[in-house]
Design a protein around this ligand. Sequence first.
Ligand code: MLT
Ligand code: MN
Ligand code: ZN
Length: 297
Amino acid sequence: MTFRAYILGAAAGGGLPQWNCGCEICNLARTGAIPSQTQSSLAVTADGESWAILNASPDVRQQLADATPLHPTDLRSLPLSAVLVTNGDIDHVAGLLTLREMQPFTLFATTGIHDVLAQNPMFDALNHDVVTRQTIALDTPFSILPGMTATLFAVPGKVPLYLEKGEIQTDLIGDQTVGVKLETAGKTVFYIPGCALLNDDLRTRLDGADLLFFDGTLWQDDEMVRAGLGQKTGKRMGHMSMNGADGSLVAFQSLSIGQKIYVHMNNTNPVLRPNSVEKAAAEAAGWTIGQDGMEIT
Ligand code: MLT
Ligand code: MN
Ligand code: ZN
């Protein structure tokens, strides 16, 4: 058994370029000067034959077309056997609607996330006789694939944007936003595409991991405000940024992690420009900037 990961989509919600964004980075992607990136999803396998996708992005159709290891092997045989979602955000669940073609797989999520999906009858398009819903309790290991164990744990975050009402707690600890720990052949891998802050619980969990995929939404907390694209900060969206005193570059400095890869980058994040000083700074701090199609073994 050998752990393999394939980044289906490295961008945050909206992707790069985002359809309605005329910022410099989106325009560079439109002209092909820098690579485009699709929305947040990671495929993993332990045996190379059966794969799980972590989050089902609105781009899953194109992602699966581009990912050779996930292509059908026979008329209706697919190496994809599991889908796990880490929150109810549209960029992480809308792709489920694309996966509705009477194709059997197991859909793993917490009670809270399954409930959000069940409240929307459109997701019943995933026939309950064909797509098995499996509810996963926090901090309880389960078999996600042959040769791979997964454990879900609470990560500070917030409810999906479309469920926000009243006062919003952006660092809520519960089962609405989770991280995933994967274990294969003695290796430990973490996938955390959304995280409001690195608390002591997370520090203890992540220290010593072999591989980490982590929330790289923004470089700077106020970058969308500065760019004149909106009023929201990273904190308000439930994402810790890379740079700054409370950013992930500093927060991870004292932890020992074999390989650290940023995923879920927003289109405003300058690390998406291959020659940017910000990308060089993240790399100097030991991070890899995830890209669509990147494979890690
Ligand atoms: C997020 O990651 O903050 C959400 O995906 C934002 C959104 O729903 O557009
Ligand atoms: Mn998102
Ligand atoms: Zn943009």
